[in-house]
Each structure stands twice: as structure tokens, then as C-alpha cells.
Design a protein around this ligand. Structure first.
Ligand code: C2E
Ligand code: MG
Ligand code: MG
Ligand code: MG
Length: 282
């Protein structure tokens, strides 16, 4: 009996500490939004046929005065819960759009460069999202053609109806849609066919160790087979070895992203157009 009480007291104390930490984090996030403390890193997207650096994913980092560089895994969930993701997401999009326009103007990035920006379901479901999106494009002069918005398969699955109409509106602006972390959200083939999207990003968990794990490789092969004739770009996430890149290319995957080519980096540290030394030509 005694120890039960002690355990309870301990549990209550640690719960309270967690709640306190979460509310401190939320308070600091509000401050961060007001003071634009977010920075955008970029991770190259590589075309597997020739190793061309043909796009990049914008990945947010929080440069907190008190915490240092904070990774999205630590603050995105709180931002989503509180709704702050709406403002954070817009700040990321705007910064990334300005950067992309400038890089293309300087001739650093090709005219058809694809900027990928992550989108949370919360943003997609907010009433003024489409207006804000159009507003950013016109202010930054980023052509809709250069933009792909990524949304995770699991977020789409939990807001099916609304999300589907949101995606259709986005695509009517000429912006492309990528389904992120594909394979972790249990969507059916029938469901997939009625969705409006342009690329599928195969989740890192299937790519990781695919060269040792036959099951993972078979899953990727199935995705390739399933999307044949669907006019969909297949992107593999989380490529860490040259062997994985070569296998993926053989299987028929079009694009890849991963530490093999580059980690997410500040704009100034990105590699220039070709990253072919990581990928033997055929
Ligand atoms: P994601 O969109 O699936 O982004 C890919 C994540 O995988 C990135 O983590 C990237 O650093 C990591 N990654 C890429 N290649 C490799 C690899 O070869 N090996 C390993 N181990 N990891 C790799 P990051 O930057 O920490 O972002 C985590 C997640 O946070 C993102 O997953 C995305 O869901 C979310 N996120 C990031 N930026 C934003 C944003 O601006 N808005 C929203 N809504 N979510 C964001
Ligand atoms: Mg993503
Ligand atoms: Mg992903
Ligand atoms: Mg992910």
C-alpha cells in the first residue's frame, strides 16, 4: 500500500513537470513566431538517372536564444496542437520561396527546380489557407510550377474528406502535391487512386536497410508496380548508402533524398548542381 502511494506521488510529480515543460515550450514558441526565430534548412532531392540536384526540401529549425538549435521533432507536435503551425508553416514557406526565387535568378538552381515544403493537416484545414498561399506566391514571385507541398499519408488519412478537397484546390493553382512518409499510413490502393497528388515519398523505414532486408525491398518494388501508369513521381527518403541508391534506381524509383547526398543544410552550404560522385553513371 505504502509503495503504491509513493509511486503515485512520483507519477504525479513527473506528470506535473511534463505539463510545465510543455507550457513553457508553448510560451517560447509564441515568442519565436513573433520574433521570426525559425530558420530554413534545405536537403537536396536527386534525380537517380543522372544524379542531378533538381529540387530541395525545406526543413524548419528553431534557433532559440535559450535552447539553441531545436529540431522539428521537438516542437512541431506542440505547434500543431496549439495551432501555431499555421504561422510557422507560412514563415517557412515565405522564406523558402524567397530563397528559391533568388537562387534561380542567380543561376544557382535550374528554372525547373522543385521546392518542397511540408504542410500540416491543420494548415490545409484552415479556412484562409488557399488565400494565404496565393498571397505568398504573389509577394515572393515564386511560380506555382516550382512548388510542391508535402503532406503525410497518416495526416491525410485522418482528415480524409476535407483534406481531399483542399488538395484539389492547391493543385488547381498549379502547385504539386507529394504524399510524405508513404507506407506508414495504411491507405488502400483504391483510396490512393482517388487522391490528387503528383509524387509519393516512400518512408525512410522501408529504404533503411533495404539491401539487407528483402521484405523492405519487396515493399518498394510493390509501390513501383502499383504506381506504374499512374504518372506519379516516386521519391525515396533516407538514402544513406550508395548500394541503396543503386538498388532503388534499378527497381525504378525516380528521385532520392538522404544523408548519402547531403544532410539538411543552410542555403549557403548546399552543394552545387551535381552530386553525381555519390552515384555511378550507368
Ligand atoms: P519529413 O518531412 O519526412 O522530412 C525528412 C526528415 O528525414 C528530416 O528530418 C531529414 O533530416 C530526415 N532525413 C533525411 N535523410 C535522412 C537519412 O538519410 N537518414 C536519416 N536518418 N534521416 C534522414 P527533420 O529535418 O528532423 O524533420 C523531421 C520532420 O519534421 C519532417 O519529416 C516533417 O514531418 C517535420 N517538419 C520539418 N519541417 C517542417 C515544416 O516546415 N512544417 C511542418 N508541418 N513539418 C515540418
Ligand atoms: Mg517532408
Ligand atoms: Mg518524409
Ligand atoms: Mg517524416
Amino acid at each position: 500500500k505504502r509503495s503504491e502511494t509513493d509511486a503515485y506521488v512520483f507519477f504525479e510529480a513527473s506528470m506535473q513537470a511534463r505539463v510545465q515543460e510543455q507550457s513553457r515550450l508553448l510560451l517560447e514558441l509564441h515568442h519565436a513566431v513573433q520574433h521570426h526565430e525559425f530558420v530554413v534548412y534545405y536537403q537536396p532531392l536527386v534525380r537517380l538517372v543522372d544524379g542531378r540536384f533538381c529540387g530541395a526540401e525545406a526543413l524548419v529549425r528553431w534557433e532559440s536564444p535559450s535552447r539553441g538549435m531545436v529540431s522539428p521533432a521537438e516542437f512541431i507536435p506542440v505547434a500543431e496542437q496549439s495551432g501555431l503551425i499555421n504561422q510557422i508553416g507560412m514563415q517557412v514557406l515565405e522564406q523558402a520561396a524567397y530563397d528559391t526565387v533568388a537562387q534561380i535568378e542567380k543561376g544557382m538552381w535550374a528554372a525547373d527546380f522543385q521546392l518542397h515544403v511540408n504542410l500540416s493537416a491543420r494548415q490545409l484545414l484552415s479556412a484562409d489557407f488557399i488565400d494565404k498561399l496565393q498571397d505568398v506566391l504573389s509577394r515572393t514571385h515564386l511560380p506555382a510550377d516550382n512548388l510542391t507541398l508535402e503532406i503525410t499519408e497518416s495526416q491525410l488519412m485522418s482528415h480524409e474528406q476535407l483534406a481531399t478537397s483542399g488538395l484539389t484546390k492547391i493543385r488547381s493553382l498549379g502547385i504539386k502535391i507529394a504524399i510524405d512518409d508513404f507506407g506508414t499510413g495504411y491507405s488502400s490502393l483504391a483510396y490512393l487512386h482517388q487522391m490528387a497528388f503528383d509524387s509519393l515519398k516512400i518512408d525512410r523505414s522501408f529504404v533503411h536497410s533495404m539491401t539487407e532486408n528483402v521484405t523492405n525491398q519487396r515493399i518498394i518494388e510493390a509501390v513501383v508496380a502499383m504506381t506504374r501508369g499512374m504518372d506519379v513521381h516516386l521519391v525515396a527518403e533516407g538514402i544513406e548508402t550508395q548500394e541503396e541508391a543503386i538498388r532503388l534506381r534499378e527497381i525504378g524509383c525516380h528521385y532520392a533524398q538522404g544523408f548519402l547526398f547531403a544532410k539538411p543544410l543552410p542555403l549557403a552550404e548546399l552543394p552545387t548542381e551535381r552530386v553525381t560522385d555519390k552515384l555511378p553513371t550507368r
